[in-house]
Structure formats: C-alpha cells, structure tokens
Design a protein around this ligand. Structure first.
Ligand code: ZN
Length: 76
C-alpha cells in the first residue's frame, strides 16, 4: 500500500503527536522520501509545532495559525 498526499495529510496530526503506529510511520516515511511537497510541509509543521507547544499561541498570521490548528486538530 502506498499513501497518497491526502492520506498523508490526514495522518499529520497523529504524526506530529507521535501517536502513529510503526507501520503508519513506515508508510509515511516511504511517501515522504518520494514526495518533496509533503516532506516540506511536514518539516514546516514540525518546526512550527515545536514553537507552538513551547510558547503557546504565537504572533502568527491568522492564515498560518488556522493551518496549524487544523493540522493539530485544535480549535481555531
Ligand atoms: Zn505527498
């Protein structure tokens, strides 16, 4: 089974939480290895998520904040 970009997108919240199974992680890693768009997105999200968790609501543009909230499954 191969993941599509939208499959990976749907997994991002769990992925960022570290709550994916080893199998899901392997599938995601396989997709990320071949898809630059998703790997960039994940990188960006991981960086922002870390800041977000450490500092709470940052002074981000609304658009960015909504994207992050959506990705993390948080209320906007
Ligand atoms: Zn992709």
């Amino acid at each position: 089974m191969r993941l599509s970009c939208s499959d990976l997108d749907a997994m991002l919240p769990e992925f960022l939480d570290g709550s994916v199974t080893a199998e899901e992680e392997a599938l995601a890693a396989e997709h990320l290895a071949t898809c630059q768009a998703c790997s960039l997105e994940l990188n960006e999200l991981q960086g922002v998520t870390k800041l977000y968790r450490e500092h709470g609501m940052l002074k981000l543009p609304d658009e960015a904040r909504k994207r992050i909230a959506d990705a993390l499954g948080l209320p906007r």
